[in-house]
Design a protein around this ligand. Structure first.
Ligand code: HEM
Length: 396
């Protein structure tokens, strides 16, 4: 099989491409829409091995020649050039990664997430009160839920929330690389000012906790703080939006599963794990590169190659999840790699679960007649990073 093209057709029909690759060429070369060449692994076992492989690096500094070549590729975002936004822990290997993760772990605890629970319920409840008739599910519900939770978590003052959300959206939805690049720089300025303010006036929020985080005398410097907050925001905002969007579409497209959930709300945590397995938002956002030749699933990937692990492919591997294309909210989907695997496993998973469970659970509970409007018109976004619908309209 030749090179697979992750183009617009692929985006609309990912799972049949993944099925074919898993059977015929489970570890194979592919080309991204921006022309970048990568290796793709579509089986569950191979995905886990690669995500945790010590010879696979995420350190953009170690891969400078690779990234320079990448930066020459048309359409590549300017983030890679804006160093302060690039050198966060998701782009670093141990031991630098270990140090930063430990520091943020001390600030972003389960306790902090649990403290947010009543606020998440309130935020969701207020938004549900405002819905009637035909609703743009992403714009009117999922985006404000995720944006408001992020605003609360970071301690963004209420009167700045709209600006803050606008900055996130500019990055997520900029029309071209220039606009996205300008969005990133504006966000960096905003975050630097926010960090400075929290240093002056501490609050009960994550940015303050990060400013104060110390580990054996170690602490985050100014650039590390900005890039950490930036990572938390970019990793957490849009993913959560599309956990809600994809999850609601999957449930509404499987009425028998939705009825099961409504009949037994205690299934909610299990259902959300299954929704993450079935169509989680992470898509293909797991780029790494080989520092030496790496053997996986009987194929050797040469050194200095980019490797992409589409977690959505691993999560539909029949060898791990029987009847993988069936949505079954009673199955034990724990073990899915929707939050990644290994040292970079999603740090925000507890918050994503809390927000996802509350937003999806309360929506289907509140509106028994919830239905998709013209489901045949649903289209996946032609964007290889996230697995996301362009738009979702429902009636409540
Ligand atoms: C890492 C998925 C929500 C913060 C990751 C990775 C995945 C992922 C797949 C690993 C990437 C890799 O190995 O290359 C998701 C999904 C989410 C979600 C599907 C929602 C449904 C969040 C939230 C936050 C967050 C809400 C924080 C507020 C992070 C951070 C990392 C990460 C900081 C990097 C961890 C490290 O490098 O050690 N996420 N994420 N994520 N995620 Fe999430």
């Amino acid at each position: 099989m030749g090179e697979t093209s992750l183009d617009d057709d692929f985006c609309q029909d990912r799972h049949s491409v993944y099925d074919r690759l898993r059977a015929d060429a489970p570890v194979c070369p592919a080309v991204l829409p921006n022309g970048q060449r990568v290796w793709l692994a579509t089986r569950y076992e191979d995905a886990r091995a690669l995500l945790a492989h010590p010879a696979l690096s995420k350190d953009s500094n170690r891969a400078t020649p690779l990234y320079e070549r990448l930066a020459e590729t048309e359409g590549v975002r300017r983030t890679y050039i804006a160093k302060v936004l690039r050198d966060h822990m998701l782009n670093l290997d141990p031991p630098d990664h270990t140090r930063l993760r430990r520091l943020v772990g001390a600030a972003f605890t389960l306790r902090r997430v649990e403290l947010l629970r009543p606020r998440v319920e309130e935020i969701v409840g207020d938004l549900l009160d405002g819905l009637s008739g035909q609703v743009d599910l992403l714009e009117q519900y999922a985006i404000p839920v995720s944006g408001t939770v992020a605003g609360e978590l970071f301690g963004v003052p209420v009167d700045e929330r709209a600006e803050f959300r606008g900055l996130s959206q500019r990055i997520g939805q900029g029309a071209d690389a220039e606009e996205v690049g300008r969005g990133f720089l504006a966000m960096a300025d905003y975050l630097a000012a926010l960090v400075a303010r929290k240093r002056e006036q501490p609050g009960d929020d994550l940015v303050t906790a990060l400013v104060q985080a110390r580990d054996e005398g170690d602490q985050l410097d100014e650039d590390e703080l900005v890039s950490m907050v930036f990572l938390l925001l970019t990793a957490g905002f849009e993913t959560t939006v599309h956990l809600v969007g994809n999850g609601v579409v999957a449930l509404l497209s499987h009425p028998e599963q939705l009825a099961l959930l409504r009949g037994d709300p205690s299934l909610l945590p299990r259902a959300v794990e299954e929704l993450l397995r079935f169509d989680g938002p992470a898509g293909t956002a797991t780029l790494r590169f080989t520092t030496e030749p790496v053997e996986v699933g009987g194929t050797t990937i040469p050194a200095e190659q980019f490797v992409l692990v589409p977690v959505g492919a691993a999560n539909r591997d029949e060898a791990r999840f029987p009847d993988p294309h069936a949505l079954d909210i009673t199955r034990d989907a724990i073990g899915h790699v929707g939050f990644g695997h290994g040292v970079h496993h999603c740090l925000g998973a507890p918050l994503a679960r809390l927000t996802g469970q509350t937003a999806i659970g309360r929506l289907v509970e509140r509106f028994p007649d919830l239905a998709l409007v013209e489901p045949e018109k649903l289209r996946w976004r032609n964007n290889s990073l996230f697995r996301a619908y362009e738009q979702i309209f429902v009636t409540v």
